[in-house]
Design a protein around this ligand. Structure first.
Ligand code: BTN
Length: 267
């Protein structure tokens, strides 16, 4: 972490369970994922959390920029899971569940769009970026990066992002407290993470499927190797999306950019 990238830091005592170790809140960082990765490489313990009030170089999936104005939650958690590496992708499912459940605790019907978006009324409210290091058979660490539009003033996002986004503040009649939200989130995350470590994958997937808006949808999925079109049939126990393509075959997809046909601009 470059000293010039933050102004001030505060240590929080959220009184959550013992998993999350005294989160440090920075006024400003380049990217909480970058800071957390540096800490993880230097041996930081599981449960270490880095939070920033704003980010100058917030990163999204596929190296996109994650616009990070004040009012949002920008956090990264270091995990050192002990489960078989094939199950690592379910971490993004359980993280999406934890974010969704926290938002739902405010009475707002958040849904999950495969693989890593949380949405309200078809507008994105949160995104996840998981980055891991390991030797192919064992996970050394996973940095779980989470960006949530909590009280973001949507006018502070570019117009292209604005029209596809919402903020929890916009979905509620009253204000939302930053620290209350974090506390509920960490407690919820901790519950799901203990299910994950106990290999309760069926429970995680059943809940994920109940809250996902992707199953049954006609989609276009951009992967590293090309674009596929079809209907989403299911998600398997390792987190692969099962797509029935328009050519009539079935494809298993681990990650990609997913677009819903019914939301594409057909003009
Ligand atoms: C996406 O939807 O593309 C994922 C966005 C992830 C953004 C979060 S904000 C906290 C953490 N630090 C980053 O630089 N990115 C993630």
């Amino acid at each position: 972490m470059n000293k010039s990238t933050f102004v001030k830091k505060t240590t929080l005592f959220l009184n959550t369970l013992d998993f999350v170790k005294k989160p440090v809140v920075f006024d400003k960082l380049d990217s909480t994922n970058l800071t957390a990765k540096a800490l993880a490489k230097a041996g930081a313990k599981e449960g270490t959390v880095v939070i920033a009030r704003t980010q100058s170089h917030g990163r999204g999936r596929f190296d996109r920029i994650w616009q990070s104005p004040p009012g949002g939650i920008y956090l990264s958690l270091i995990l050192r899971p002990t489960v078989p590496i094939q199950q690592a992708s379910l971490l993004s499912f359980m993280t999406a569940l934890a974010v969704t459940k926290t938002i739902r605790s405010y009475g707002v019907l958040a849904t999950i769009k495969w693989p890593n978006d949380v949405r309200v009324n078809s507008r994105k409210i949160a995104g996840l970026l998981l980055e891991s290091e390991g030797d192919g058979s064992k996970i050394d660490y996973v940095v779980v990066g989470i960006g949530i539009n909590l009280c973001v003033d949507l006018k502070n996002l570019s117009s292209a992002i604005q029209e596809k986004s919402t903020s929890l503040r916009n979905e509620l009649p009253g204000p939302v407290d930053y620290y209350d939200f974090l506390k509920i989130f960490f407690m919820t995350f901790e519950d799901y993470y203990s299910d994950f470590q106990a290999q309760k994958y069926d429970k995680i997937l059943t809940e994920w499927k109940a809250w996902s808006d992707t199953l049954g949808k006609r989609v276009k999925i951009k992967t590293m190797t090309g674009t596929l079109q079809g209907t989403v049939d299911d998600v398997d126990n390792s987190g692969f999306l099962i797509l029935r393509t328009e050519k009539g075959d079935t494809q298993k997809i681990i990650t990609g950019d997913c677009l819903y046909f019914d939301e594409l601009d057909h003009t």
